[in-house]
Design a protein around this ligand. Structure first.
Ligand code: GRF
Length: 209
């Protein structure tokens, strides 16, 4: 769909890929990634954290790990499409200024426009809390429970112009238990995400294009 994926260069322990992590909330996935990078020889290194939400708890991990962490909230514009465009341009400029080579979405709750995606396609990766193509969008756990699903999970995928439709890189299943609530399920899926995403990023970043 749309533009081709253009993958980043092959990262190495000596020359890790420069990563930016985009978040909107607590940043538990970001923390797992930073801990992984700190305690393993990794072909990627987080150089920038961006949140669209000034109050995102995850921004504090920047301070703890001495990594620049900035909030870029939506600018004040009546015209929504103009607002989105300017917001994404601010993010794009910051990524370029920091020589970012791979953009990692980790609980980033905004849908990116095809204009932004086309600039980063193949170098823009996301984790989604369901076994895509099942339950795309912002309410994956709610939708899985409402559907009476017995199995859900998480998916690491490249981002394309659609919503959670890009090329799937890896998936892991999580069982849905009797009495599960959105919160309980989310907690168990996040545990799996925190192991899967860093591991898959290691593989993705060290592969030849
Ligand atoms: C994760 O479940 C991720 O899959 C979803 O948002 C959650 C991020 O949570 N898109 P956190 O901010 O990393 O705690």
């Amino acid at each position: 769909m749309g533009e081709p994926y253009i993958r980043p260069r092959k990262g190495s322990i000596e020359k890790p890929l420069r990563i930016a992590v985009l978040i909107s909330g607590s940043g538990s996935g970001l923390l797992a990634l930073l801990n992984h990078q700190q305690s393993n020889k990794s072909p990627h290194s987080t150089k920038l954290i961006i949140s669209d939400n000034e109050n995102a708890g995850g921004l504090r991990h920047g301070e703890d790990f001495a990594i620049p962490a900035v909030a870029i909230p939506l600018p004040d514009f009546a015209d929504k499409s103009q607002q989105r465009k300017i917001h994404e341009n601010l993010i794009h400029d910051m990524l370029i200024d920091s020589n970012i080579e791979l953009v990692v979405l980790s609980g980033y709750m905004r849908i990116l426009t095809s204009t932004f995606v086309s600039k980063w396609k193949g170098r823009l990766i996301n984790i989604h809390p369901s076994l895509l193509p099942k339950y795309p969008g912002a309410h994956a756990h709610r939708d899985a429970l409402a559907d009476g699903a017995k199995i859900t999970g998480c998916t690491v995928h490249l981002v394309d112009e659609g919503v959670d439709t890009g090329e799937i890189i890896a998936q892991e299943e999580v069982e849905i238990l009797n009495g599960d609530t959105i919160e309980k399920l989310q907690e168990r899926v996040k545990k799996i995400e925190h192991e899967l995403y860093p591991k898959i990023l290691d593989i993705f970043c060290s592969q030849n294009v």
